[in-house]
Design a protein around this ligand. Structure first.
Ligand SMILES: O=C(O)c1ccccc1NCC(=O)[C@H](O)[C@H](O)COP(=O)(O)O
Length: 267
């Protein structure tokens, strides 16, 4: 694991222990399950939203709602998750990815709730999921999908977390950085596979990470290239390699209107 992931995971363990003192696992599960019966909160298909865009010949863009990051610091001062989500939806986003981590990304659960309730597209809870408690919490705050990062999980943990997510109707995005992680990810059921172009040890970003792993990705997976998509040349390079799903944060967060930036990047 990288230094930053080590630190984040250590913080998550403390957060989970504190969370359990406030809301028990059983109560969190009850809230999650009752959300599934609520018309406004029941899961919106995250994977199908991406696949539908691609089937219509459009890029499937997961648009990020991210105030700050460890590698870049503050990305956006005027940060209004509801307005950002509405702008993304208006300009053709498939889905949202909302950072809920407090300590490293200056996010919070309320950002996901505000963003999702302001629009009709599905939302990924972008956090560092290591325990079933967080999966229940994700659904309890209205998330439609969770992220599993292979670099910080054992295979048996990932399988457990994936099963827990699927039981609740949540989709799973599994994220890898290299070939050994990709092999592990292929042991999961989810068809949604993210390749993150950011090296979490050095924070260096190169789109070659996605390109170098491409031949290992089975045809039946929906591949998402993540991080470092900043210009139209980056989009074109990926599309030339038949990659049609993208996760983009910084390029939109630094723009005056994130949705306008989305349409300019992908038009
Ligand atoms: O962005 C970071 O500094 C970071 C550090 C440690 C773990 C994860 C990190 N980023 C999360 C992401 O994967 C990105 O937010 C996402 O792929 C969008 O990337 P970008 O378009 O480059 O903002």
């Amino acid at each position: 694991m990288s230094d930053i992931l080590d630190k984040i995971v250590a913080t998550k363990k403390i957060e989970i222990a504190h969370g359990l003192q406030k809301i028990s696992l059983g109560n969190q599960r009850d809230i999650a399950e009752s959300n599934n019966k609520d018309a406004l909160l029941k899961p919106r298909g995250f994977i199908s939203a991406i696949e539908n865009k691609i089937a219509a010949g459009k890029p499937g863009v997961i648009t990020e709602v991210k105030k700050a990051s460890p590698s870049k610091g503050i990305l956006r001062d005027n940060f209004n998750p509801a307005q950002i989500a509405q702008s993304y939806e208006k300009h053709g986003a498939a889905c949202l990815s909302v950072l809920t981590d407090v300590n490293y990304f200056q996010g919070c659960n309320a950002f996901l709730q505000e963003a999702r309730s302001a629009c009709n597209i599905p939302a990924l809870r972008k956090d560092f999921t290591i325990d079933p408690y967080q999966v229940y919490e994700a659904r309890a705050i209205g998330a439609d999908a969770i992220l599993l990062i292979v670099a910080c999980l054992e295979l048996n943990q990932m399988k457990e977390l994936e099963a827990c997510a699927h039981e609740l109707g949540l989709d799973v995005l599994v994220e890898v950085h290299n070939a050994p992680e990709l092999e592990q990810a292929l042991e999961l059921k989810t068809p949604l596979l993210g390749i993150n172009n950011r090296n979490l040890k050095t924070f260096e970003v190169t789109l070659q990470t996605t390109l170098s792993l491409l031949s290992m990705v089975p045809q039946d997976k929906t591949l998402v290239t993540e991080s470092g998509i900043l210009g139209r040349g980056d989009v074109q390079l990926m599309r030339d390699n038949q990659i049609n799903a993208f996760l983009v944060g910084e390029a939109f967060m630094r723009a005056a209107d994130p949705g306008v930036a989305l349409s300019e990047l992908f038009s």
